[in-house]
Design a protein around this ligand. Structure first.
Ligand code: NAP
Ligand code: GLV
Length: 313
């Protein structure tokens, strides 16, 4: 691939280490410019934005941007109105991110499958009650979203012996996993699955998808939300927990993060909160795909994992 431009990366994240990313990317390029919004002295030299969120002062002063590369698998934190027109956007695909998401899903699914959520609640009430254990093959798990992360999660759960169903926009030929799509497919997942794992991207179509109409199909389902807080209608979940349609919820993401003090999810006996820790990327493993996308962008080629503006993911 012929690249004549010198790469200069603008880096912006409140979570990710600029030093670790700079060192990891420096191994990929002989000559690399790298700066944060506060120490960028020549905005015109910047041609790549590697960001979790849009910097406070926006991106419009970087007139030579060739690509915006998200530091997350999700891109909904990047408001399209704040992005310069016509600059391609890519989401992050990284093995460490996938592996951490898979481990979280396994932990959360097994916690529900072996009734630890029930025993934690009983323990707080000093209530000793036997509940017979089941094997994974007797538990049906539904995975909402069968993309990079959802298909890895579904496959690992299948290998653990669970009966796995998945839901996505298009049907997926994944061995040993029953694939569904459309609103009927979603209702079927809700009716059949004891545990539902959400790992969808947040788009106008998926916003509020975990809501009253879905919960009405559930019968004591355990819900695990690893997608985004905007997928869940929080008041509907509280009602579904009270009615028993949903037996417990494991929430890694909430509409407002951090969850505000006094929110009804805090101390709810049927809710386990984790502070958006399900997945974490690593510059050591992710630098290669980011470097490939930098080279593609500077050579005028389409990006890997490019986000479709029409689909929103
Ligand atoms: P991806 O590869 O783009 O996969 C998205 C999946 O969702 C695809 O299977 C897609 O269907 C499906 N989908 C999208 N819109 C749909 C709709 N309207 N109806 C049905 N299915 C729909 O994304 P990914 O890399 O797996 O990441 C998924 C999400 O995980 C991210 O966007 C982010 O929200 C979340 N995440 C959370 C954390 C965390 O720490 N909690 C970390 C990383 C990511 P098709 O396959 O048919 O296109
Ligand atoms: C984290 O939430 C991500 O989107 O990677």
């Amino acid at each position: 691939m012929t690249v004549t431009l010198r790469p200069h990366v603008l880096f912006n994240s409140e979570w990710d280490s600029p030093l670790a990313w700079k060192s990891a990317l420096a191994l990929q390029f002989d000559d690399l410019g790298f700066s944060t919004p506060d120490d960028t002295h020549s905005p015109d030299a910047v041609n790549i934005a590697l960001i979790w969120k849009v910097p406070r002062e926006g991106l419009h002063r970087f007139r030579n941007l060739k690509a915006i590369l998200s530091l997350g698998a999700g891109v909904n934190q990047l408001d399209p109105a704040q992005l310069p027109d016509g600059v391609p956007l890519a989401r992050l695909v990284d093995q460490t991110l996938t592996d951490t998401m898979v481990e979280y899903a396994k932990a959360a699914v097994f916690r529900c499958h072996r009734n630890f959520d029930v025993f934690e609640r009983h323990g707080r009430l000093e209530h000793w009650q036997y509940v017979a254990p089941r094997l994974a093959r007797d538990t049906t798990v539904g995975v909402l979203g069968l993309g990079e992360l959802g298909s890895a999660i579904a496959t690992v759960l299948r290998d653990e012996g669970f009966e796995v169903h998945g839901w996505s926009r298009s049907l997926k030929p994944l061995a040993g996993i029953t694939s569904h799509s459309g609103s009927n497919g979603l209702a079927e997942l809700a009716r059949r699955c004891a545990i539902l794992v959400n790992v969808l991207p947040l788009t106008p179509e998926t916003e509020g998808i975990l809501s009253r109409s879905l919960f009405a199909q559930c019968q004591g389902t355990r819900l695990i939300n690893m997608g985004r807080g905007g997928h869940l209608v929080e008041a509907d979940l509280l009602d579904a927990l009270a009615s028993g349609h949903v037996a417990s919820a494991t929430l890694d993401v909430t509409a407002v993060e951090p969850l505000p003090p006094g929110h009804p999810f805090w101390n709810h006996p049927r809710v386990l909160l984790t502070p958006h820790v399900a997945g974490l990327s690593s510059p050591a493993t992710a630098a290669q795909v980011v470097a490939t996308n930098i080279r593609r962008a500077l050579a005028g080629q389409p990006l890997l994992h490019q986000v479709s503006a029409a689909r929103g993911y």
